[in-house]
Design a protein around this ligand. Structure first.
Ligand SMILES: *Cc1c(COP(=O)(O)O)cnc(C)c1O
Length: 473
């Protein structure tokens, strides 16, 4: 028994012999020698342990080993981070990368990646410059603020503001605004890490001006408002208008900080979308510091924007943590290009993917659904019924949580008896396509909301490769 197992293992070829095969030489050209050798070893090891368990197994031939190696290398060559079709119906999907860069931003980013740039170099004087200077004037113009700082994301912006303006001091926030944003961003936790003491006032549904006034004491460093990003409190509610909060803060010589979260730079109502407070309005109503994300409604690269009073911004910029939270040249280049688009509303509408996708009319999406329906129906065959449906998209990333955008899509309803498992199987088959298709399951059907389907022909072309499990018949 032992001997026969040893004999079977001896029957496995040497790595050197396999490396001489034509098929393997081809693999070396594609993947490089080290990876091919590593993979061949893994494949041989796998067979060695199989043979150790069952010596009766026929030893694999060289071609089979090479094919197995090729398969593993193909999987390895697939990038981990790759393009998908976002047909979830959520336009700014945090798990799918939020905003898509407009082409001008992608071009600017590529340039900054592949060439030397004047990132911190003043071309006029030839001296050291400030990296935020490339976008500061645009942010001043677009928000009416005196100054601006850019950091890694809005969570970093909130952290840096609090840590700079209120270390070891109290910051007053309404209980109705102690939000948690997906992915473990909680205002109380950020506050603690920033070294501030959170002073909660009011109740979950109602907070009044006198709640803030009574809470102000010698240890108070700021009043903060947080945009209720991903939820809405409805019914018997009260909150203090921003201008009034700002006035209370200013009477006590305290800064009023407003974390807008999404913070759209322009009035969305002009585009037929629900209103979202803009940094300009917020500054105008008395906020001293406003923070918002670059990759939510603004439609740019991931970053956090801090705009506001010159003296406070100077303090924030001097915080040593700014160095740890700063953005790189690539995102700064993209941000500058996006902010430039905002100067021209006509170009903005045409070129900013976020705005274009959010304002796509339902009739347009429905027409697209009619075009892709036959290919989808053919791809799922007798596994599911394909039907055009009206649905509603979400803006996502916490913006306007209660407002849904009328959209259209295709529902794939499994014909199998156990519908829920069958819908999961459909969903996973679509995720296994070369460009994974991400939808969502609702009432036992797999739903594809077509609002964000840009590459229609690419989508249709790969459907022929859809592989559905045979047991779903
Ligand atoms: C999204 C959001 C954040 C976090 O912003 P990121 O850019 O994701 O770090 C902070 N505050 C509010 C109110 C938000 O909506």
């Amino acid at each position: 028994m032992l001997n026969s197992a040893a004999a079977a293992r001896r029957a496995l070829p040497s790595i050197d012999r396999l490396l001489k095969l034509d098929a393997v030489t081809g693999l070396i050209q594609t993947h490089g020698r080290p990876l091919v050798v590593e993979t061949l070893r893994a494949v041989i090891d796998e067979h060695r342990s199989l043979l150790a368990k069952n010596a009766a197994l026929p030893p694999p031939d060289d071609d089979a080993l090479a094919a197995q190696c090729a398969k593993q290398l193909r999987a390895l060559a697939q990038p981990s981070l790759r393009a998908v079709f976002n047909l979830t119906g959520t336009v700014l999907h945090t798990n799918l990368g939020r905003a898509l860069y407009p082409q001008v931003a992608a071009d600017a980013a590529t340039d900054a990646m592949t060439r030397a740039v004047n990132l911190e170099f003043d071309l006029g004087g030839g001296a050291r410059g400030e990296r935020d200077s490339h976008v500061e004037a645009w942010l001043q113009r677009l928000t009416g603020a005196e100054a601006a700082v850019v950091v890694n994301n809005n969570a970093a912006a909130v952290y840096l503001v609090l840590n700079s303006l209120a270390p070891k001091k109290e910051v007053i926030v309404s209980r109705g605004e102690l939000v948690e944003i997906g992915g473990a961003f909680r205002i109380p936790d950020i506050m603690a890490r920033a070294g501030c003491k959170l002073k909660e006032v009011g109740t979950t549904n109602r907070t009044h001006a006198h709640d803030f006034e009574q809470a102000i004491g010698p240890r108070t460093a700021a009043i903060m408002k947080v945009h209720a990003s991903n939820y809405a409190i409805q019914g018997f509610t009260a909150s203090v208008p921003e201008a009034e909060l700002a006035a209370i803060a200013h009477q006590h010589e305290l800064p009023f900080i407003n974390d807008l979260g999404s913070g759209m730079l322009i009035d969305l109502e002009a585009y037929g979308l629900p209103h979202e407070p803009t940094p300009r309005e917020t500054i105008a109503s008395g906020a001293d510091i406003v923070t918002f994300s670059g990759d939510k409604l603004l439609g740019g690269p991931q970053c956090g924007l801090i705009v506001g009073r010159q003296d406070l911004i100077a303090k924030i910029r001097k915080n040593p943590m700014k160095r740890a939270l700063r953005v790189d040249k690539v995102r700064l280049a993209a941000l500058e290009a996006v902010l430039r688009l905002y100067a021209d509303p006509v170009r903005l509408m045409r070129e900013l993917p976020t705005l274009r996708l959010l304002t796509r009319p339902q009739t347009d999406i429905e027409a697209q659904a009619r075009r892709v329906l036959p290919a989808l129906a053919a791809a799922v065959g007798n596994h599911a019924d394909a039907k055009i449906i009206a649905c509603s998209s979400q803006i996502g990333s916490g913006a306007l949580p209660v407002d849904a955008l009328p959209s259209a899509g295709i529902a794939l309803t499994p014909r199998a008896k156990r519908k829920s498992g069958a819908a999961d199987a459909l969903s996973s088959a679509f995720r296994a396509l070369p460009v994974p298709v991400i939808g969502h399951i609702k009432d036992g059907a797999f739903i594809l909301d077509l609002r964000c389907l840009d590459d229609e022909s690419g989508f249709i072309a790969q459907l022929a490769q859809l592989q559905l499990p045979t047991h779903a018949h």
